[in-house]
Design a protein around this ligand. Structure first.
Ligand SMILES: Cc1cc2nc3c(=O)[nH]c(=O)nc-3n(C[C@H](O)[C@H](O)[C@H](O)COP(=O)(O)O)c2cc1C
Length: 342
């Protein structure tokens, strides 16, 4: 991983320092780039919310080979982890890597590691086209995310996503705040419950599940369930959509309570190692997504770099499970977090 990170540091130097801990401090406000919006508080809060949680060690048990596999919306995953959708790293940052190759590295590397990758969306069109092409090449083994476009663009892109053969399509509704897209004549917008239900009904009619990403409140999560979503992602877009939000780990338990087990709850933002994955699961997430570190692995090591990164995370997760006495990722006790009961 060191060689991969060193290589990425060289290629990404104008946009990402590949810091020892990717926590949003050095890159605050750097958009385009890998930073968080404005002061970078939302990105930094994601990392600090996880860092403020501490794991209890429990060694008096017989768990040596914890189970890490889950099934999520028809996808079999060796780890409760997905590569988050990241659009435009290559095309917007001039890294000497094409958007096509970047997406092939992410989608292919995830499959090599026994999980699946998500693909992103944006302007210019090569962003969604490269993601969808990588998914099509891998027989739909991944999840395309489409932005909440206004007008015909949404339907056109949902149909293109369908044609990859995927089992689920996501929408990052928190992209509704990206005024840059509106200024470029490509408006995105929030959606009412009824509009969401209509979109979800259309996707369901194709036999495809629908994931709503970018929710930070119990209210929105409940409305998503009522509109028919098959999963939600607690996310603040890695701190890129609104400055000054809490960290995702802070709001996750309230969202999980509001959803009440009706659909899976996913979460992302600041997840950096196996311990962080386990913390999110202990707070009630069924699966996590990881963003920036996957970009670093893909730029620095291509498909192999991505696979290696997730293998490392799997080792860390298994170790953390043994050390906390956790037998199965599908049933992680909140009591493994110091100060929480369960
Ligand atoms: C450069 C960049 C581009 C992104 N593009 C997308 C996108 O196209 N669609 C999307 O749903 N989220 C996008 N995201 C947000 C990620 O999916 C994810 O929510 C976030 O990166 C998670 O935080 P982390 O990077 O701290 O792990 C992007 C994030 C970054 C940093």
């Amino acid at each position: 991983m060191k060689a991969i990170r060193d290589n990425a540091r060289q290629k990404m130097k104008k946009f990402c320092r590949v810091c020892k801990v990717c926590d949003g401090r050095v890159c605050a406000g750097e958009i385009p780039g890998m930073g968080g919006l404005g002061t970078g508080a939302s990105f930094k809060n994601n990392v600090s919310a996880l860092a403020s949680l501490h794991l209890n060690m429990r060694l008096v048990h017989d768990i040596t080979e914890p189970k890490t596999a889950i099934t999520l919306l028809g996808y079999e995953l060796a780890l409760p982890v997905l590569a988050a959708p990241i659009g435009g790293v290559a095309v917007n940052m001039d890294l000497g890597v094409s958007e096509e190759d970047y997406n092939l590295s992410v989608v292919g590397g995830c499959l090599d590691a026994g999980i699946v990758g998500c693909t992103g969306d944006g302007v210019p069109p090569v962003i969604h086209e490269a993601g969808l092409a990588a998914l099509t090449l891998h027989h739909g083994c991944g999840i395309p995310f489409i932005k909440p476009w206004e007008g015909a663009e949404l339907d056109e892109k949902l149909e293109k996503a369908r044609d990859t053969g995927c089992k689920a399509i996501g929408m990052d509704i928190d992209a509704a705040g990206l005024l840059t897209l509106r200024r470029r004549g490509r408006p995105v917008a929030p959606r009412t419950s009824q509009q969401l239900a209509d979109i979800i009904g259309k996707v369901h009619a194709w036999g495809i599940a629908f994931i709503l990403k970018g929710l930070m409140s119990p209210r929105d999560a409940s409305l998503a369930v009522e509109a028919g979503a098959d999963a939600v992602v607690v996310s603040n877009h890695g701190g890129r959509a609104l400055d000054h939000t809490p960290g995702t780990a802070t709001v996750l338990p309230e969202v999980v309570a509001a959803v009440g087990g009706r659909i899976p709850v996913l979460a992302d933002g600041g997840v950096r190692d196996g311990g962080d994955i386990l913390k999110m699961l202990a707070l009630g997430a069924d699966c996590v997504l990881i963003g920036r570190p996957v970009s670093v692995a893909a730029v620095g090591g291509g498909r192999e770099g991505v696979a290696r990164y997730f293998e490392t995370l799997g080792d860390q997760l298994r170790q953390a499970m043994v050390m906390t006495g956790t037998p199965d990722v599908r049933d992680v006790s909140p009591s493994i977090i110091h100060g929480l009961n369960g």
